[in-house]
Structure formats: structure tokens, C-alpha cells
Design a protein around this ligand. Structure first.
Ligand code: F3S
Length: 392
């Protein structure tokens, strides 16, 4: 990969050891994937935050780094709600280690907003055509597929390297030729809400690493597109998808079907089947995978009005949105539900204490059993609320 004179200087260590190591990571990635050069990024989003996933080795690595992020850079969810961790049952030791990890990132100029939906807290970090270096797979899918920005799915270290250098290698989803759909998926029947997560659960397995284009009978909201992309990134490795008739489109205009090499149909009965894949009696209901938007919080407030929850009920979102909408949060929490920030039902260590979690997310349906060892059952939003208030 070609490096400019100033990039060569960094690689030679003339701007210090940490930047040298960051440049080594980017140069190695560029060489492996055949990038021609480094390109500037508008923002980065960095995974590898929860102490549950990175442990002491990760804490030590981050603590040894120095430097300052050159572009807005936001963290993925941590293992704790930074203000309410005691109330949620997190141990002192875990909270202390988690605090050290977040502090270490903050020292590098990383914004300590721990969210998988950074696009919901700042409009200026990703716009159509922008190059990014984001890690969280659901955020990568949203950036590529809904915003029309361009990012590969970065690992935590490569996203951090991009933050410190302000650039990323030009390969993969940064290039037009890798953003062309090759799989057409026609979905029969009208979908809404968690149906999109169920669709993603099925479609990701079919698509694998390919770029699918969906033909849908209903028009999804941005939150529904978020749920579809998150589930496909979890059940497969889909980082970019299109919906026929909805922007953003591949470079050159509306979806060109000449590169489609497979066409599949997903019937509504298959989507319905995902709701029945697992059955258990939930002792916790957890929503917000990916983190809830303001619209999703408002809908929950309305559904919970006048009700009292009888089970543990988590609604995960970003701290910025919680702070921005105190009335909505107060309305939700008057039911006894908890609006949980900075963390989620998968990366929190607390979730392993429960036997069965009800979720409305195709991604959580996959990850809760894998990463928490807890059974998971998929429900529609209204079913989740009914279960939380003791209505079965
Ligand atoms: Fe976000 Fe946690 Fe789901 S990071 S996408 S809420 S698994």
C-alpha cells in the first residue's frame, strides 16, 4: 500500500511508539486486503469495551496507549450502566475494572458514550458518502445500508488505530465494486417491528458475506432497518444490504440486477417460525438491541402507561438519549421498568444470572444464549410488554 511521506514518518516511529504501532496495524491491513492507500475517515466507533469481553489483557493493552483521537470516536457498550451498576447487581470489582477501561479510552480522546447506535446521538459523524472506521456490526450495517456511508467491520484495535491516525485503508466496502448486490431476497407478506429482526435472523444465514437486495411488500422505518441489519450481521456476516426502491442505492443508481447470482424467496410462515424457535418462561425482558432510538422509547412509554411491571424489564439505550428525553424516561420508569444506559443485555455480566430472557431482537435472540448462557425467546414488542407486566 502506498504511504505518503508523512505516513512513512509515522511508520518509522518519528511521531512516537503508539502512533507507529497504530500505523503498523493499518499498513498491515492495507497490505493484506490490497488497499491502494489510506483514506481519511469522518469518525470511528470502537468495540472492545466491556470488561466481560476484553478482560485484564484488554485493560492492560489500552492503559499502555497514549495519543489523541484525530476524529470523533465513540465507544461501543460497556459491561455496566455507569451510574446504576449497583442497582443492576454488578460487582464492585467488575465495575472498578470497567471504569478503568473507559477512563483509559477517554485519555485517548475517545468520547465515552458507550453505544452501538452512535448515529442516534450525533448527526455529524456519518453522512452519505463518508468513509468511517466503525466496529460494532449492527452500526456498520446501519452506516452502510441506511445512511449510505462506507465502512468495513473493523476490529477494536484497527478502529482505535484509525482513530489515532484519522485514516483507514481503502479496501472492502469503501470501494464501489464491493457494494454491488449479488443476492436478491423477495419477502412475502407485510412485516412490522420485530418481524424485521426475525427476517434478518433467516436472511443472514442465507447471505453469509454477500450483499443482498430485498424486495419487500412493506416499507420499513429506520429502526426496523436497524433491526434487520443487526440480525443479519449476527446470523451471517452481512455488512451492507439494500432495499429495492429505497435509498441509498449502489453507485450508479438503482439496484442493477445484472450481478445477482441467486434469488430466494422468504415466506411469512418462515418469519413467523422464528418466534417459535425457542420457548421458555422469561424471568427478564430486555429490549434495545441495538440501543433504542427516541421513537422506540416514546412507543414504550405509551405501551407502559398506567401499567406496573412484575418482572425485571430492561430497556437499553444510550446515555445521551436518556438525558435528552427525561420525560419519556420518567414515563417508562414509572412502570418499574429500567432504562439502562452504557451497556446492554449481551455485554453486561448480570444477564447470565437469568434463566430465560425475552427479547424483540433477532440479534439478541442469537447472542444471549451464546454470550450469556441464558435461554432467549423472541417476542413482538407488545408481547414483551405483556410478559413484563405479568400478562403472560
Ligand atoms: Fe448493541 Fe448489545 Fe445488541 S452492543 S447491537 S445492544 S448486543
Amino acid at each position: 500500500m502506498y504511504l505518503t511521506a508523512s505516513e512513512e514518518e509515522i511508520l518509522a516511529g518519528e511521531q512516537g511508539y503508539v502512533l507507529q504501532k497504530a500505523m503498523e496495524i493499518l499498513a498491515a491491513l492495507g497490505d493484506i486486503y490490497g488497499a491502494d492507500r489510506l483514506i481519511p475517515v469522518k469518525s470511528t466507533q470502537i468495540a472492545g469495551v466491556s470488561y466481560k469481553t476484553i478482560g485484564d489483557a484488554g485493560l492492560e493493552w489500552i492503559s499502555d496507549l497514549s495519543g489523541v483521537a484525530r476524529v470523533p470516536s465513540i465507544l461501543n457498550p460497556a459491561g455496566i450502566d455507569r451510574l446504576r451498576w449497583r442497582e443492576l447487581g454488578v460487582s464492585e470489582e467488575f465495575a472498578a475494572k470497567q471504569g478503568q477501561i473507559i477512563d483509559a479510552y477517554e485519555k485517548l480522546g475517545i468520547i465515552a458514550e458507550c453505544t452501538c447506535t452512535p448515529y442516534n446521538i450525533r448527526d455529524d459523524i456519518a453522512e452519505i458518502g463518508d468513509h468511517l472506521a466503525w466496529s460494532e456490526s449492527s452500526a456498520v450495517s446501519y452506516a452502510n445500508s441506511v445512511i449510505g456511508a462506507r465502512t468495513n467491520r473493523e476490529g477494536g484495535p484497527s478502529a482505535l488505530a484509525a482513530a489515532l491516525i484519522g485514516k483507514t485503508p481503502n479496501y472492502g466496502y469503501h470501494l464501489d465494486e464491493n457494494r454491488i448486490p449479488s443476492l436478491a431476497i423477495r419477502v412475502e407478506g407485510e412485516l412490522s417491528g420485530s418481524d424485521y429482526g426475525a427476517l434478518g435472523y433467516i436472511a443472514g444465514r442465507i447471505a453469509g458475506t454477500r450483499v443482498p437486495v430485498f424486495s419487500l411488500e412493506s416499507v420499513p422505518t429506520d429502526d426496523e432497518r436497524k433491526a434487520l441489519g443487526a440480525a443479519m450481521a449476527a446470523s451471517g456476516a452481512v455488512a451492507l444490504y439494500y432495499i429495492d426502491g429505497l435509498p441509498p442505492y449502489p453507485a450508479g443508481g438503482e439496484c442493477d440486477t445484472s450481478d445477482i447470482d441467486e434469488r430466494v424467496v422468504i415466506e411469512q410462515s418462515e418469519i413467523e417460525g422464528v418466534y417459535g424457535l425457542h420457548r421458555c418462561d422469561p424471568d427478564i425482558i430486555a429490549l434495545g438491541c441495538p440501543h433504542c432510538s427516541a421513537a422506540e422509547l416514546a412507543k414504550l412509554r405509551d405501551l407502559l402507561a398506567g401499567k406496573t411491571v412484575t418482572k425485571e424489564f430492561w430497556i437499553c439505550t444510550s446515555r445521551r438519549l436518556r438525558n435528552r428525553h427525561p420525560d419519556i424516561v420518567a414515563g417508562i420508569e414509572s412502570s418499574g421498568a429500567k432504562v439502562v444506559c452504557d451497556t446492554c443485555m449481551v455485554v453486561s455480566p448480570v444477564c447470565a444470572r437469568y434463566d430465560c430472557m425475552m427479547v424483540n431482537s433477532g440479534k439478541a435472540l442469537l447472542y444471549v444464549p451464546q454470550l450469556c448462557g441464558t435461554d432467549a425467546v423472541l417476542g413482538r414488542l407488545e408481547d414483551c410488554v405483556r410478559a413484563a407486566v405479568g400478562g403472560g
